[in-house]
Structures are given as structure tokens and as C-alpha cells.
Design a protein around this ligand. Sequence first.
Ligand code: NAD
Length: 469
Amino acid sequence: MSSHISFLDQVYRMYEKAGAHTKHTSGLLTQIRICNGVYAMEFPLKRDDGSIGVIKAWRAEHSHHKLPVKGGIRYAPNVNEDEVVALATLMTIKCAIVDVPFGGAKGGVKINRRDYSNDEIERITRRLTFELIKKNLIGPGTDVPAPDYGTSGKEMAWILDTYNSFTDDPLDALACVTGKPLGQGGIHGRTEATGRGVFFGIREACRDKTAMDALGWSTGLEDKTAVVQGLGNVGYHAALYLQEGGATIVGLAEYEGAIHNPDGLDVKDVVRHRKATGSILDYPGAANIANSRAALQLPCHILVPAALEGQISTENAARIQARLIGEGANGPVTADADAILLEKGCLILPDVYLNAGGVTVSYFEWLRNLSHVRFGRMNKRFSQSSSEKVLRAIEKGTGVKLDDALVQEAISGGDEVDLVNSGLEETMIAAYHQIAETAREKKTDMRTAAFVLAINKIAVAYEEMGIFP
Ligand code: NAD
């Protein structure tokens, strides 16, 4: 991050800006902002060569106004306590925006996973889980981790397995972590949920005539070009769905470099090429950009930074050509850069809203684990036969035979993945309009409006508890 202001201070600046648009007392605003607790750990790791390493890690529980608290665990070389607290704060705001009834949390392990073998990563993950269990910082009703930068379903399966070996509540143990593989209590649609949510949010903004008029654009994705930074979980899925939704992906950036083709890149094929050659560079038909960060300045309509925080700072903000910035990553735009982009008339869809698809579907997974039944199992056949009866009655009453394919489509009851995606779509669309309406009402930008919305929702929870009558 180029700015001298820390990530946490940037988050606090955004928070203060939003707080000024509310009527809450400074005491209540402080209570909502502060981090309830952060636990710092150091534990040993026996390396494959027999030597001993020491691993640093943190778990921040930002707000206990709702339980459990929830937030991903990231494995990154530069993670620190300040960053974990900042990310936990964003989680509290995020959950409130999308009406997920959790407080915010975040975990970090200070490692570059490329320096460790798979077995070493497993030992780190299991030991981390043990440290969390010892301090009651994990459990279905207390604190529920999920994947984040540098972690995936595999780590979540190790966390569950370790938790299972120690718990005295095996019935609900599955709900101690989300983002698990399907065979381990995961839910269909979780892996791609954050990227899919990013797509739903950007698509909704592009359908919003008022927002498009302000940019001087027509509605719809079809005539839009996009650049995506980061081809990991969030970036890959966001890029893929944007492409499938009609946008042209003209640039893709990874840590080893970036590629550009104004005629469009095929996201799946680029990933195949990267797997085969070990690099995104030299993709047929595309120009190489050696300095990956320079790709953020490519000409395009939509820019999706989906790698790490601090990627758009005062260093490059003035040169960003995109007018719609979709924050796939957490904190990709610094507070000073945010001001520059807004001054240029950009529409910024903030991280606290745009990447909330992950926690939304994590919430669905947690509900499924606690109810011990797959979504759709009880009602799919019943709703199919009810719909079929209605259609057959229409046929009988009108004497018109309906097309069989149409009938089959109309009566398909929806599998779990359909229900999850539909719940996610509804969540992202509803939240977009709540934020856009707040932005218009308060005459402010979407980020400030998203924070205002969250602060007001959390304030209600405190007021209802009588803490701040
Ligand atoms: P990931 O580890 O799957 O992917 C990150 C990708 O970014 C990797 O492919 C990495 O090589 C690439 N990258 C790293 N440095 C880069 C650079 N300088 N330039 C370009 N690419 C670079 O992580 P993820 O889960 O996709 O998370 C990405 C961001 O999204 C993080 O900020 C994370 O906090 C946020 N996020 C993730 C989720 C989720 O469900 N995974 C949910 C909400 C927010």
C-alpha cells in the first residue's frame, strides 16, 4: 500500500465519513466501530526437513452484537494485526448490509504459502484450529471461519476435521466453518459465490438507468469492456460471469504480469493456458504487460480489482480510465484514491457490498449444516407436482395443449444450487437498491451510503438491547 495511512485508519476514515450522515451519538458510533477483541498467536511448525519454524497468526472478533461472528482466514506473507482488525471491521459492515445475522471477524496467518509444502500447510492449519479451540474462538455459535486470500475448501476441511476431534457437540460441529468441500458439509455454489455476487452487483448497476445516465452510458453489460485483476477465487469467477453476461474481458492481471486484447479474452481458456505454461503471459492474440499493476490503467468501462488491498492508490488513481470500479477484493482502493476517483465521476461499488456474496452463501451453508437437510430436499417434488397440476388444469380448462418442453421447464422445482444462486441474486439486487436509495437520499457516494446503511442496522440491534437507550 503506497499511502502512509494504515488500512485500518482508511477503514476508520470511511466509517467516520458515513457516521456524519447518521444521527447516532458519538458513544454509539464508537461502540459500533471498535474491535471487541483480537487474539495474537505464535506456534511451532515442524518443517518437512525436521527443522522448527514459528508461525504468527491472528483472529479478530470485531463485533459481538450478533453471534456467531464470521470471517475468512487468509494466508499471506504481509498480513498483520492491523490488517486483520480492518478486515474484521469490514465484515461487520458487510454482514449488516446483506442482512446476514452475524458479527464480523477475520483471521490471518503470516506465511507465503508458496514457501510451504502441502503437508506443512496442513500442519499449520490443524495447529491454528487447535489454538482457536483452546480460546473458544471457533464454534457454530461463537466464531465461524471461511476461506479468504490464500485458503480454500481444503483448509476448511482440515479445520472441520480438527474441530471434530475435540468437540463435545458433534451434532452441530459441521457448522463450525463454511466454504467446505461438498462431501464435507459444503453447499453447492459456495466456491463461486463471491465472484457470482460481484457479477450480480455490477450487472445491477449497469441495469440502473440513473447510474448509467450519470456515467453517460447506456444500460446493459453487452457494450461494456472489463479488466479484472487477480485470477483467484473471486477474480476468476467474476471475470467468467461478466463474460457470460455479455461483457468483453479486455484485460486480465496476475502477479506474474498481465495480458491485454481489446477484442476480448476467453477467461476459461486463459486459465487453461496459465495452468499449462505456468504463466498468464504469452497468451495467443494478447499483448503482454510486464508490470501487472499497469493493467489497472487499461482503457475499459469496468475495472474489477480482485486480488489484494491498496492496489489503487494516489500513485495511479488519476490514470485509471475505467469509470465503474467493482471492488472484488477487500480494500483495493485507498481512502485518498477513493476521493480522486469520485472527483473524476467514477461509480465505485464498494467491497463491503460487492464481495458480500461469499458470506451470504456461507450463511446458507451454516443454515444447511444446522438443519441437517439439503435445500430443496423436502419440497422439490411437491412443488413440481403442484405446478404440474395447475398447468394441466389450465390445459383442461382452455383445451389448449401446452408445449411439453415449456411445461418441464416451468415445473422444475430447483436444485440446491438453483436455490442458492437465486437467494444470492435476490440478496445482491435488494442490497444494491437499498444502497443506491441511501446514496440518493444522503447525496453521497455508494461506499458512504453502504456504511450508513450498515451503521443504522447495527445501531438498531444495540438500541434493542437497551445498551444505548
Ligand atoms: P485467492 O488467493 O483465491 O486469489 C487471489 C489471486 O490474486 C491469486 O491468483 C494471486 O496470484 C493473485 N494476485 C496476488 N497478487 C497479485 C498482484 N499484485 N496482481 C495481480 N494478481 C495478484 O484469493 P481470493 O479468495 O480470490 O481473494 C481475493 C480478494 O477477495 C481478497 O482481498 C479477499 O479478502 C477478498 N474476498 C474473498 C472472498 C472469498 O470468498 N474468497 C470473499 C470476500 C472477499
